[in-house]
Design a protein around this ligand. Structure first.
Ligand code: PMP
Ligand code: GLN
Length: 385
């Protein structure tokens, strides 16, 4: 293994899902729903397979039906106009979109500012692209994790090329506010930075929180690469369909890398996802309401068990602090949790460069059936309360 990748080892999601399988514990670690997306969309995939649509290499940028549907979705939801032919790229999940964006846009030695804790593939992809990651830590503040705007400004140097943003944010559940996003946008314009924004949880925002795409802010559309995912928006994480929207120049740069990573992917599923993106708004409303109820169930169970629970404004994750349980090392806690409580969770420390800043935080996923969450919270209460 080369030096660029050596520090990353095995992704925590594989490690913790294997632990769940080995121990028979309830897996609230890796974020995937235990209920598949809409039946009619599965039928659409079956139809595409049967009708021979997408069984051979689809076009490099993605099938026109899906590119058109992505553009229509960005228009309808956010008033953002993208040309399906030049400003939309279909990828093998958001994971490939992140990789291709960084590989296609970074020069070796470029600095990339990422919000810490960051989704694990960011660090690995920055490294593969020869970039240097510069983490800006989100800090606990009134039951949520917030961005310190001065810290963000201070992190920019002459070598900063790109800001890698994620909102709604995995693993903290933070949704960046208009004020925070405006500050990010102003900084990007002032210092002439590119922005890659991972908005895969765009449809999962709760209570008074609102998802505001960075590309909608002044001066941002022309410098922002926006990433979405059918895995997250439609509960088909195994289909690996994602997309990028940006200017023709930036999309073309991302595509230059993408063509040598997978070339293309997910032929028949692309047609099905095109239909998913055109589902009426009631689909998204029900999806959100369902996840909101699950969030509340898990949050109150964790709280009853004695965890400090941070407020999840978006995503399907809850970050907790284990110190009220008399614990301080999230890694050790998560390794012992299957034995102790029959539950698997993720230690947030893996998402930090400043590991000590993330040490006491542990993430639980709530994209699971109600009875599974009820069972898991019962087990946690029994083990800790
Ligand atoms: N970004 C974030 C923040 C995620 O949590 C995930 C995991 N789903 C991804 C990207 C990857 O998405 P996909 O499954 O579409 O590759
Ligand atoms: N995004 C999901 C999570 O954060 C899992 C993705 C993965 O397994 N790579 O749990």
């Amino acid at each position: 293994l080369n030096r660029r990748l050596a520090e990353f080892g095995t992704t925590i999601f594989a490690e913790m899902s294997a632990l769940a399988v080995r121990t028979g514990a309830i897996n609230l670690g890796q974020g995937f729903p235990d209920t598949d997306g809409p039946e009619e969309i599965r039928e659409a995939a079956v139809r595409a397979l049967r009708d021979g649509r997408g069984n051979q290499y689809p076009p490099g940028p993605g099938v026109p039906e899906l590119r058109t549907a992505v553009a229509a979705h960005q228009q309808r939801r956010y008033g953002l106009t993208y040309d399906p032919d030049t400003e939309v790229l279909v990828t093998a999940g958001a994971t490939e979109a992140i990789a291709a964006a960084l590989l296609g846009l970074l020069e070796p030695g470029d600095e990339v500012i990422a919000l810490e804790p960051y989704y694990d593939s960011y660090a690995a992809c920055i490294a593969m692209a020869g970039g240097t990651r510069v983490p800006v830590t989100l800090r606990p503040h009134e039951q949520s994790f917030r961005l310190d705007l001065d810290e963000l400004r201070d992190a920019v140097t002459d070598r900063t090329r790109l800001l890698l943003v994620n909102t709604p944010h995995n693993p903290t559940g933070t949704v960046l506010t208009r004020e925070e996003l405006t500050a990010i946008a102003e900084l990007a314009v002032e210092r002439d930075l590119l922005v890659v924004t991972d908005e895969v949880y765009e449809h999962l925002v709760f209570d008074e929180a609102e998802h505001l795409p960075l590309a909608t802010l002044p001066g941002m559309r022309e410098r922002t690469v926006t990433i979405g995912s059918a895995g997250k928006s439609f509960s088909f994480t195994g289909w690996k369909v994602g997309w990028v929207t940006s200017t023709p120049e930036l999309v073309s740069a991302v595509r230059s890398a993408k063509q040598f990573l997978t070339y293309v992917a997910s032929g028949p599923f692309q047609y099905a996802v095109a239909e998913a993106l055109a589902l009426p708004d009631t689909y998204f409303e029900e999806f959100r309401a369902d996840m909101l109820a699950k969030r509340d169930l898990l949050a109150s169970g964790l709280s009853d068990a004695g965890f400090e629970v941070f407020r999840t404004a978006g995503t399907y994750f809850i970050t907790t602090d284990i110190r009220p349980l008399g614990e301080s090392d999230g890694f050790a806690f998560c390794r012992a949790l299957p034995e102790r409580a029959g539950v698997v969770a993720i230690p947030n420390a893996v998402f930090y460069d400043h590991r000590e800043a993330g040490a006491p935080f542990v993430r639980f996923a709530f994209c699971k059936r109600t009875e599974v969450l009820a069972d898991a919270t019962q087990r946690l209460r029994k083990a800790f309360a």
